[in-house]
Write a protein that binds this ligand. Sequence first.
Ligand SMILES: *[C@@H]1O[C@H](CO)[C@@H](O)[C@H](O)[C@H]1NC(C)=O
Length: 257
Amino acid sequence: MRWRAVRETNLLSIFFIFVLSLESCSTGEKICNQAVVERTQQKSGFHRDLITYIKWDILSSFGEHYNLLDCQLLLVEKFPSGVYIDPDQLKNEVEFGGPEVLFKESVNIEALAHHSSSNEMLVFPKITIDSKMDILKANITIPIHLRYHQAAKDAKFASVLLPPPQVLGRCPNGVAFPTDRCGSDPVQAPCDAKRLSTCDWIALKLRSKDQSESRMSLVLQVPIGQTEHSLPIIALTVFSTMAGCVLTLWNAIVTPF
Ligand SMILES: *[C@@H]1O[C@H](CO)[C@@H](O)[C@H](O)[C@H]1NC(C)=O
């Protein structure tokens, strides 16, 4: 009985996918404001690199009058409290091709995860242009640091979920498709990292290369201390501190002046 039910829902979903694909074929139009995003991480431990690769199909947003060289991308990243970004480190990386960033609030890089709040950051990446295909690309590396998490019982790792960024695009002289066709109002955001003026941006619809949502969010595993270990660790710390004191005192007394 259960098998039959499963088969029926499968058939039903295949039917729906079929209908949906028919519909997109018949309208013959590209989906509006489309960008492909892929996120991966490199390195391990508490200091990692967050890699975000973006491809924006300009023809899915602009009909005419755009100049690819003027087009820009902007990522709005909302990092959870379990991680932080070091503003000084990012500033130093700008001259080596790193993105320019703006922070919404100041970052406390020393706080523990459970004493921190999430952090919002605007990322203006360096872009490369594929003019044959009218595609704008950016490959962004952001060094992220995991915060120390509160020790827990029975757990060796805590998970930190990094949601995908909001991605905005802009071509200053381009004529965007009208709102009634693409259904999204422009978003106001700073024009560049100098924050002098505000521009209209288009919110891009993200999809991953293989259509799955899971490739866009990342789950980071953070090693955490275990409460069962705290007693031996405290004992060991107290013991080694006392041993150090005794040794220093002994040296001071025994060593002739
Ligand atoms: C993006 O940059 C990372 C780190 O430099 C590199 O490993 C990766 O291959 C690049 N991805 C693409 C698609 O160029």
